[in-house]
Design a protein around this ligand. Structure first.
Ligand code: HAM
Length: 440
């Protein structure tokens, strides 16, 4: 039986046109985050399982990791997220680093999930994290970076919503307001995390079951739902409206609005799956009905670096996946027409392979990307190859051209054919690529 040409389930091959799209997205992202002073880092794709046992959360660790025992009997995991790795790196140089530390990376991550639209078994995830700022200036900056990325792709504010909540607030609601113990509160937070995937009646049954474990307060779930359904601060029960976590969220929304970011909402049902978040959490949702899911998520996690036995560092960050971003850009028509990087396809006429090398080297030195057809096929077939590859120009090099230093250039879109020296050729091609600009 022939071998399958399909990639592993839930994983992607990147053909050049796919890689070109990814390169465009990552270029925009890198350019934007670097404007805020973030520096790129990376870490190994394999990490020790221990790294995730502490705070990543049971769903990812128990159900979604690619874990195995290596030949030296170590329990290792293909990284499902970057946050523990970056925290480990900061902890390792806790004393040497210059704070605030602003770092970003775009790792490929693996999670054993059920593949579906927007969700695969591998994805690339931009991680942007700032270490060393205890105040809301950190959340403000991090959300501003996320917003700036979407704006750099020319997104309109109506295309996405930034949802905010707070672990401090949820903790207060679950423990003090409705009186759950630590174990119940943890189970309830996981249930709230799945709330939008459950029928309301089913949610209530499961929430009642959690409350009934140690106490029988029939009103607890009703009071919890009152909070979860609130949607805005003013709809919360009066005594909760002045809780410090709510005042801090309100302040956050006000300062974001001052920065022109008005598509921000308080959403008390927002949980985020990870156990390490300690305060404000946020997600950005695509508003398009066909991609109505979270594209980006993050929050404050002040305790993770400290788990490595060093003094804790206050930290805020987010992860932004390439799959949901690509869906977002596609659905909202925000992807520009992307083009091969090759400027011209070179057709050699006659026995000039050796003598063409010098002008080819000169053209490449002058900034052109050239692919040379060395097949010796009929010229028509070589032209067809250039068209199929989506290359704009064909450059013809024969003995006459080499002797005269004048080369024939044909634009495959306009059909215009002209003969010029190297300098002029380069400027025509560059100008066609970037009209009105000198850069290459
Ligand atoms: P997360 O919410 O698991 O957070 O992932 C962040 C984003 O990565 C999601 O909003 C989504 O765009 C993308 N993503 C996650 N899983 C998949 C998947 N299976 N397929 C496609 N895309 C996916 C974290 O991972 C946190 N560590 C982020 C963070 C960084 N928090 C603080 N700093």
């Amino acid at each position: 039986m022939a071998l399958s040409t399909q990639p592993y389930k839930g994983a992607r091959d990147f053909y050049p046109e796919d890689k070109r799209k990814q390169k465009y997205m990552f270029d925009v992202i890198r350019h934007t985050v670097e404007k805020f002073g973030y520096e790129e880092y990376d870490a190994p794709i394999l990490e020790s399982l221990d790294l995730y046992l502490a705070k990543t959360g049971e769903e990812i660790v128990n159900e979604q990791t690619y874990a195995f025992t290596d030949r030296g009997d170590r329990q290792v995991v293909i990284r499902p997220e970057m946050t523990p790795s970056v925290s480990r790196m900061v902890a390792a140089k806790r004393q040497e680093l210059a704070y605030p530390v602003r770092w970003y990376s775009i790792p490929n991550l693996w999670r054993y999930e059920r593949p579906q639209r927007g969700r695969l078994r591998e994805h690339w995830q931009l991680n942007v994290d700032v270490f060393g700022i205890p105040g809301v200036e950190a959340e403000h900056e991090i959300i501003l970076v996320a917003d700036n990325i979407l704006q750099a792709f020319h997104a309109k504010r109506s295309m996405y919503t930034i949802k905010l909540s707070s672990r401090r607030f949820t903790d207060h609601i679950l423990k003090e307001y409705i009186g759950l113990d630590d174990v119940q509160a943890y189970s309830m937070s996981k249930l709230i995390d799945r709330m939008h995937k459950l029928e309301r009646a089913e949610f209530k049954v499961q929430a009642d079951a959690i409350c009934a474990q140690h106490q029988r307060d029939a009103g607890a779930v009703t009071r919890l739902l009152e909070v979860l359904d609130a949607g805005r601060f003013s709809a919360l029960p009066a005594q909760l409206q002045t809780h410090p976590s709510i005042l801090s969220l309100q302040n956050m929304i006000d300062i974001l609005s001052d920065a022109g970011i008005t598509n921000v909402e308080f959403d008390p049902t927002l949980m985020r799956g990870f156990d390490y978040y300690t305060d404000i959490i946020f997600e950005i949702f695509d508003t398009h009905p066909d991609n109505n899911r979270s594209m980006l998520g993050g929050g404050r996690y002040d305790g993770l670096v400290g788990l490595f036995g060093v003094e804790p560092v206050p930290t805020v960050g987010f992860g932004f996946g390439d799959v949901t971003l690509a869906n977002f850009l596609d659905l909202h028509g925000l992807l520009p027409k992307l083009h091969t990087e090759t400027d011209a396809y070179v057709i050699l006429i006659g026995d000039v392979f050796g003598s063409a090398q010098k002008p080819l080297a000169d053209l490449r030195k002058a900034g052109l990307n050239l692919a040379v057809d060395v097949t010796g096929r009929k010229i028509g077939a070589q032209f067809q190859t250039a068209e199929k590859k989506g290359i704009d120009y064909v450059l013809i090099i024969g003995e006459n051209e080499i002797e005269s230093g004048q080369f024939t250039l044909k634009n495959l879109h306009t059909g215009v054919e002209e003969k010029h020296g190297i300098e002029r050729l380069v400027s025509i091609i560059k100008d066609y690529r970037h009209p009105g600009s000198d850069d290459d």
